[in-house]
Design a protein around this ligand. Sequence first.
Ligand SMILES: Cc1cc2nc3c(=O)[nH]c(=O)nc-3n(C[C@H](O)[C@H](O)[C@H](O)COP(=O)(O)O)c2cc1C
Length: 200
Amino acid sequence: MNTNMAINITDKLAATQQPVQDLIRKRWSPRASSSDGIATEDLQTILEAASWAASANNEQPWRYFYGKNGQSGFDTIFRTLMPGNQPWAKNAAVLLVSVARNTFAANGKPNPFAQHDVGMANAQLLLQAAALNIYGHAMGGFDKETLRQVLHLPEEQEPVCVIALGYKAPAEILEEPYLSRELAPRTRKPLTEISCEVTH
Ligand SMILES: Cc1cc2nc3c(=O)[nH]c(=O)nc-3n(C[C@H](O)[C@H](O)[C@H](O)COP(=O)(O)O)c2cc1C
């Protein structure tokens, strides 16, 4: 059971220009994690949310592998993280590896949407976690080949990112440069830069 119920993840609420859903505003990627474990049923809920993402041909190319802090599986995944991620990710309750199956099961042909669809699932996973007051921090900084080997992945499966999951802890548990990053405001490009209406 989370003993940190007083701490929620609204402390870096996105300052949006439009009235987007609260959960989207709440989600962010902290690095300070408490030592509280995540209940099995909450982890299952988070994974189920991922499983309901849309995917090309309903292929559902996502696979998830996870290790709980204090167990050997956590260390197996942790050792593949880049040095810049290890100092803070060591406190995560769970390290979760998202993996893409890059071929269609029915005919073995390449699935060009596999990584996209794993991203879709990961987005849902992170929002469901936020709803449970659990935060996730995705990492691309890991040794992909080593992770592939230690997870015994077949050739058609590829690690996409590792997600550190946990309940939030005060930023002050972090050392620099992570403390400053934790306290920095969240920013986004303006809509005028990322979107335009096609008028021709
Ligand atoms: C695919 C992916 C890879 C990322 N890799 C790392 C990483 O290796 N280390 C890290 O500290 N953050 C990593 N991040 C987190 C981003 O830096 C973060 O999501 C971004 O700065 C936006 O911040 P926010 O999630 O708090 O809104 C990654 C995020 C994604 C989606």
